[in-house]
Design a protein around this ligand. Structure first.
Ligand SMILES: O=c1ccn([C@@H]2O[C@H](COP(=O)(O)O)[C@@H](O)[C@H]2O)c(=O)[nH]1
Length: 276
């Protein structure tokens, strides 16, 4: 999917919501557990109930890998029911020496047909560029993450040409030469919305994948105020707060209501910061 197509979808749906499919067998409604593939059935109903309200789905791969081969089947089946115009993100946080990265890319882009993959930048340019060789596919590079431990490394000071930067700022600055705003995005945690204005100075055109609203307490209003750009530029992810609102037979309906509340809030910000 191109940046323009993503933008058109944001405008059409008045939403930049990405729904996290972090489907935990211990948290899904008990009535699904008797089915042959409860994880797929849960996802199928969530997708059917919410696909007009979001522009992306992000399965976190750990929730599937944990079940071995059965989990990969649930993941493949889930991808097959996501409407084709919706952006898909494999949240797998990969990255290794070049030849290994290339195989990770083939697994997620060729075998599974995801549009994008989250990648850790720690191993540098040769660990990231193999993912960028795939036409129409995206790398989403971890920059400033939402978890409490982000300050262990990402906020360390790095001195470059006599100036001091945070490590995450150098990730954003240096990596821009590896790809472009048409095939790279950055992960910026909603819990650090206080840095989004700075991120926008460094990367005005890139899309940002912003996890951490909802269950992690990030502030959607602040993220939107500083993060929206002229092409939308934001995919704000929420998983637990949307997909686990009910343990009953009405779980998909309740998930829709939760997604609708977020979409309506996003519509207000789009009207304010990016009027049609
Ligand atoms: O910095 C990061 C990077 C990734 N994540 C992932 O996003 C979702 C968040 O789920 P919620 O239930 O909405 O909190 C999850 O898959 C994380 O692994 C993140 O939270 N922060």
């Amino acid at each position: 999917m191109t940046r323009q197509e993503l933008f058109e979808q944001i405008q059409r749906k008045r939403s930049y919501l990405c729904i996290g499919l972090d489907t935990d067998i211990k948290k899904i409604p008990p009535h699904l557990l008797q089915l042959e593939d409860p994880i797929f059935e849960f996802n199928r109903q969530i997708i059917e109930a919410t696909s007009d309200l979001c522009v992306a789905y992000k399965p976190n791969i750990a929730f599937y890998e944990a079940h071995g081969p059965k989990g990969w089947v649930s993941l493949e089946r889930t991808l097959s029911v996501i409407p084709k115009d919706i952006f898909t993100i494999a949240d797998a946080k990969r990255g290794d020496i070049g030849n290994t990265s290339e195989l990770y890319a083939r697994a997620f882009f060729d075998q599974l047909s995801f549009d994008s993959l989250t990648v850790a930048p720690y191993m540098g340019i040769d660990s990231v560029t193999p993912f960028l060789q795939f036409p129409n596919k995206w790398v989403i590079l971890l920059a400033l993450t939402s978890n409490p431990g982000h300050d262990d490394f990402q906020l360390l000071s790095v001195v470059s040409e006599g100036k001091s930067y945070f490590m995450f700022e150098k990730v954003i600055q240096n990596s821009q030469a590896w790809g472009s705003a048409d095939n790279m995005m950055y992960v910026i945690g909603a819990t650090r919305h206080d840095y989004i204005e700075r991120v926008r100075e460094l990367a005005p055109d890139h899309f940002l994948l912003v996890p951490g609203v909802g269950a992690q307490g990030g502030n959607l209003e602040e993220v939107s105020r500083y993060g929206l750009n002229k092409q939308g530029g934001l995919l704000v992810n929420s998983a637990r707060q949307i997909i686990y609102t009910s343990q009953g037979e009405d779980f998909a309906e309740k998930a829709r209501a939760a997604a609708l509340a977020v979409q309506q809030e996003m519509e207000r910000y789009l009207n304010e910061y990016l009027p049609r």
